[in-house]
Design a binder for this molecule. Sequence first.
Ligand SMILES: Nc1ncnc2c1ncn2[C@@H]1O[C@H](COP(=O)(O)OP(=O)(O)OP(=O)(O)O)[C@@H](O)[C@H]1O
Length: 260
Amino acid sequence: MLSINSISKSFPSGKDTVQALRNVSFQIQRGEFCVMLGHSGAGKSTLLKLVSGQMTPDEGEIVIDDQRLTSRNRRSLQYRIGMIHQHYELVERLSCLDNVLLGRLPWIPMTQSIFRNWNSDDRLAACTWLERVGLEPSHATRRAGQLSGGQQQRVAIARALIRQPTLLLADEPVASLDPATSRSILELLHQASRDWNVSVLCNLHQPELAQEFADRIIQLSQGNIQFDGTPKQWARHYQEVNGGSSEPSNNELRSHSPAY
Ligand SMILES: Nc1ncnc2c1ncn2[C@@H]1O[C@H](COP(=O)(O)OP(=O)(O)OP(=O)(O)O)[C@@H](O)[C@H]1O
C-alpha cells in the first residue's frame, strides 16, 4: 500500500519559489489502478518523483508497504517499485529479453550483469513476462529499437513487472502512442493491478481514458487535490464544474483533453 501524507514540495524559480505540491494526502491500496489527471504544471510528475525517491519532499512523508521512505531505505524500497515512462527508456541496441532482464539488476551480481550472464531462472522469468504482456516469443531476440512504440512499452512493462513490484508508477505511459495502442497499454496496466495485485499510480492527460480504465481518479490543480473518487463520481464532478446536465461523452471529454 502507498500512503502520501501531507506532502509539500516547492522549487526555486528566480527570486521566487514555485509551490509544486501543497499538503497532498491520499492512499492507494494494493491492486488499485489510480489515474492522476491535471493541467500541465499541476504537480503530477513531481509527485511520482517523490514517491520513487528521486526527490525528497519539503514536508510530509511517503509510506510504502508500511515503511516510511527515508534516505536510508530509499534504495531497498525502490526495488519494490516499477517505473514506466513516456519514452519507454529501453536500451535500443539490446534484445527485448535483455531489456526485461535489466529489471532484475538489483538482485544480480555486478560481474554477471556486466557480461549479461543471466541464469536460466532469470531468462525463463523474462520470457514468461514477455508472453504475459502480449509479445510473441519471436520478439525476445529482436532489438528493442526495432519494435513499434506500443511493443516497446510492453517490453518496458515486462521489465518493471519482472521485479514483482508492489507499486507501479507510470508517467504519461501512452503520450507517444496512437489511440488504439494507448487503450491496449492501459488495459495491460489495469490487468497488472488486478491480476498481479500491484498498486498502479498513472499520470494521464486523457480524461476519457482515465474514465474507461481507472478504478479511481485523482485530479490535481496547482499542487492541490481538486478531486479524488471513482470515474463515475468524476463524471458528475465534471458536470458540476462545467454546468452540464448529462454525463460527458467521450467526444466532449476529448475536446477538453488539452486542459488536463
Ligand atoms: N526541477 C524543477 N525545478 C524547478 N521547477 C520545477 C521542477 N520540477 C517541476 N517544477 C515546477 O513544478 C510545477 C509542477 O511541475 P510538474 O512537472 O510536476 O507538473 P505536471 O503536472 O507533471 O505537468 P505536465 O503534465 O506538463 O508534465 C511546475 O510549475 C514546474 O515548472
